[in-house]
Design a protein around this ligand. Structure first.
Ligand code: ADP
Ligand code: MG
Length: 241
């Protein structure tokens, strides 16, 4: 395990303690992303904005194209409420997207508290997978892997292991799903970085094992590239102790 012990577990603990103090059992996306960053999982660069002007400034410093997302403790599935806009190319696009997101959220979840808008770098499109963790009352911490989108939602094509797990188990989890071929490269697509994906599963295992308060973590999606991976969404649910 020692090679996975992070240099900054203290930061992770502070994020958790702050959320528990506020009784915020679902972490906000920027906090969830900071936490996975501490454990070495690559994620999107981002800035929290609380006005259109701030969002425009943030987009300029991050670099176009950008993604805008609602930040609310009352919204866990942002797309469902019109809370995500991707591929924004310029300042005018930021203005339009910002207003649209705010309007959508006000219409669909009128009582939602809004903490701001997350401005993110737009990650290059690639194959999307899901890496998750949960704490089972009987078996303790476990991890989950699957391909993104309909593969998980409709076909339930996922694999599970009890945490902590060894590297070979993380690789088995990847290879045993029915859709695994998608990751090996087919026709004109390059083979994807399965070694780094396996490391990402091990890092989620490490998070589940080292943070007892962690009830559920959902990196959905993680983009997998020929070299490297990037988590573009992170949802973390804490136990009410
Ligand atoms: P939701 O709360 O609806 O799951 P996500 O943050 O997962 O919201 O965003 C919805 C989708 O938008 C993702 O599944 C992904 O395809 C795309 N997406 C989100 N953020 C980014 C990003 N930073 N770069 C590229 N694509 C993104
Ligand atoms: Mg998501």
């Amino acid at each position: 395990m020692s090679k996975f012990i992070t240099n900054d577990l203290k930061t992770a603990r502070e994020i958790i303690q702050k959320a528990l103090r506020l009784k915020q059992y679902a972490l906000l996306e920027p906090d969830a992303k900071e936490l996975i960053g501490v454990f070495g999982i690559p994620t999107t660069r981002h800035v929290v904005a609380s006005s259109v002007e701030e969002a425009i400034r943030a987009s300029g410093s991050i670099g176009y194209p950008v993604v805008l997302k609602i930040i609310s403790p009352d919204i866990s599935h942002k797309t469902d409420v019109g809370g995500v806009r991707v591929g924004i190319k310029d300042e005018e696009g930021v203005r339009v997207a910002y207003e649209e997101i705010m309007r959508n959220v006000k219409n669909r979840v009128p009582d939602a508290r809004i903490n701001g808008i997350l401005v993110e770098e737009m990650a290059a499109p690639s194959t999307e997978v899901i890496v998750g963790g949960l704490r089972d009352p009987q078996f303790g911490p476990a991890v989950m892997f699957g391909l993104g989108g309909i593969f998980v939602e409709i076909y339930k094509d996922v694999s599970f292991r009890i945490a902590p797990l060894e590297e070979y188990e993380a690789l088995d989890m990847i290879h045993e799903i029915k859709g695994a071929k998608v990751l090996n490269g087919y026709r004109n697509t390059e083979a994807l970085d399965i070694a780094t994906l396996a490391q990402t599963i091990l890092k989620v295992s490490n998070i589940m094992v080292s943070i007892e308060e962690m009830k559920e973590i959902d990196l959905n999606p993680v983009l997998v590239y020929p070299k490297g991976v990037k988590a573009v969404d992170a949802r973390i649910i804490l136990n009410r102790l």
